[in-house]
Design a protein around this ligand. Structure first.
Ligand code: BES
Ligand code: MN
Ligand code: ZN
Length: 512
């Protein structure tokens, strides 16, 4: 991953490929942001005027590169837009800084070192700039493909490699709080980027067994406890949902429990992730145009995995148990047929009316299993429904819960880390739609509001008295259009930062 340093020299004196400054949208044209003083001085105090002449406005996400003036060690100045100048004393909000730093880091991909002289007024600003720069610098190493091809490997390294080093300029680099702020950012982002790597890995290279092995290896490295139920153990345990979804594939399913514990923890959170390593739809096959990106259907499990490892790296005072429900949904002679009835881990039976509504089946078993340990709350994360994408678009995840206060907490927590989310209801009248004449439940209900129906189905598997939240990340998990801010094309790592913040707040006894 990109290296991160807190520099003690000035933006002018630092050797780097480019020095990054902020430019905001003022009433009378672009305004150079705090942090860029030394750079502006090298331009004789005319940096804003030069930028305006070059067409810069200070709009969010705008990137302008210009040759450096003499007196600067870096040969290039990169001005990144910050949007409107904030009201006096307010400063830029964290998400604005994160996005700007991300856009700048992307524009520097392939370079060795960027000196980030963005407005940093407190340690929280330093975290935001560090997170944004490291998240934005991410690139997926395509040379991993199918064992790797040496020639492509070299090409990739030269052309698309990430910015190798981010040096933060500004703030108080010798201050403990600043050091801690950037260390936290580096720990968190390396895990978000781990989730992105897993999501971007093609399904022929990441099946349930490979994913489970990754979890075991990471657990070993970070002192976590990992247990893997393979297909035999799943059968013995009666996990009919996970087995039913996975039985059409040559690559059998897994249920992974990966746990972080803190000796002084007072609360335990269970995180459950949908881990469909490929969703073809099964016998209810998805048509062309709907299956090309379905390697991303394990994004929930990737987010859960990344959040548990981050909690361990940060030593949070909370117990965090991750459940990765891993299966490949394929059509074959051994696949579940529409109309089949599965015996779930909970003991309930489910009529599978549509094999493409598979996520709720694997999640149901994992949620039941997670509930047996009586955690203080369960949060599941899943690329569950296309309906949620239609409702909320590509950048916002839906929140459904059995507890209003928890719904507010989850929405707030997401907002704190700059992830967009929105609360969705679980209307009672939709429950009867998943009645079945041959089983306790059907996995398909009314078409209208089918994102909520999926939530209502999951709620049936939450043990009484347990607070539960469901995050449908089908929209934001995978970015099919161009990169923006600190969000790359492909796997985004959606929900990792929200889960980590939730764990932090739980550790602080501040669940809201
Ligand atoms: N994995 C999909 C949902 C999805 C869609 C994720 C788009 C990411 C982007 C899920 O398993 C699925 O197929 N859902 C169906 C459910 C339907 C059959 C009730 C859907 O949303 O169409
Ligand atoms: Mn599906
Ligand atoms: Zn799916």
């Amino acid at each position: 991953m990109t290296a991160l340093t807190l520099s003690t020299s000035s933006a002018a004196a630092l050797r780097a490929d480019a020095v990054v400054v902020g430019v905001a949208k003022g009433a009378k044209g672009p305004v150079v942001a705090v942090g860029a003083e030394a750079v502006d001085k090298a331009f004789g105090g005319k940096l804003a005027a030069v930028l305006e002449t070059l067409g810069a406005t200070g709009a969010e996400g705008e990137v302008t590169k210009l040759p450096a003036a003499s007196g600067l060690k870096a040969p290039v100045v990169l001005a990144v837009g910050l949007g409107e100048v904030p009201a006096k004393d307010d400063g830029y909000d964290a998400e604005t800084l994160r996005r700007a730093a991300g856009a700048a880091a992307r524009a520097l991909s392939g370079s060795k070192k960027g000196a980030f002289a963005l407005p940093i007024e407190d340690p929280a600003d330093a975290t935001a700039v560090a997170e944004g720069a490291l998240l934005g610098a991410y690139t997926y190493d395509k040379s991993n493909g199918n064992g790797g091809n040496a020639k492509d490997k070299d090409k990739d390294k030269k052309n698309n490699g990430p910015l190798a080093e981010v040096a933060l300029v500004g703030g108080k680099p010798r201050d403990k709080a600043y050091k801690a702020a950037v260390e936290r950012a580096a720990a968190l982002v390396s895990e978000v980027n781990r989730a992105r790597d897993l999501i971007n890995t093609p399904s022929n290279l990441l099946n349930p067994a490979v994913f489970a092995a990754e979890a075991v290896a990471a657990a070993k490295e970070h002192g976590l406890k990992a247990e893997v139920l393979d297909e035999k153990a799943l059968k013995k345990g009666g996990y009919g949902g996970i087995l039913g979804v996975g039985q059409g594939s040559e690559a059998p399913p897994r249920l992974v429990r990966i746990a972080y514990t803190h000796p002084k923890a007072e609360k335990t959170l269970a995180l459950v992730g949908k881990g469909i390593t490929y969703d073809s739809g099964g016998i209810s096959l998805k048509p062309a145009g709907h299956n090309e990106t379905m390697k991303c259907d394990m994004s929930g499990a990737a987010a859960v995995f990344a959040a548990v490892v981050t909690a361990a790296k940060l030593g949070l005072r909370v117990n965090l148990t991750g459940w990765l429900a891993l299966a490949e949904n394929m059509p074959s002679g051994s696949a579940t047929r529409p109309g089949d009835v599965l015996s779930m881990y909970s003991g309930k039976t489910v009529e599978v009316l549509n094999t493409d509504a598979e996520g709720r089946l694997v999640l149901a078993d994992a949620i039941t299993r997670a509930g047996e340990e009586k955690p203080d709350a369960i949060v599941d994360v899943a690329t569950l429904t296309g309906a949620m994408v239609l409702a909320l678009g590509n950048r916002t995840f839906g929140i459904m819960t059995n507890d209003e206060a928890f719904r507010t907490t989850l929405h707030e927590v997401a907002g704190e880390v700059g992830e967009q989310s929105w609360p969705m209801p679980l209307p009672d009248h939709l429950r009867k739609g998943i009645d079945s004449p041959v089983a306790d439940l059907a996995n398909l209900g009314e078409r209208m509001g089918s994102g909520l129906v999926a939530g209502i189905f999951l709620k049936e598997f939450v043990a009484d008295g347990i607070t539960w939240g469901h995050l449908d990340i089908a929209g934001p998990a995978f970015n099919e259009s161009g990169p923006f801010g600190y969000t790359p094309k492909g796997g985004t790592g959606a929900a990792v930062r929200t889960l980590v913040r939730l764990a932090e707040r739980t550790a602080d006894g501040d669940l809201g």
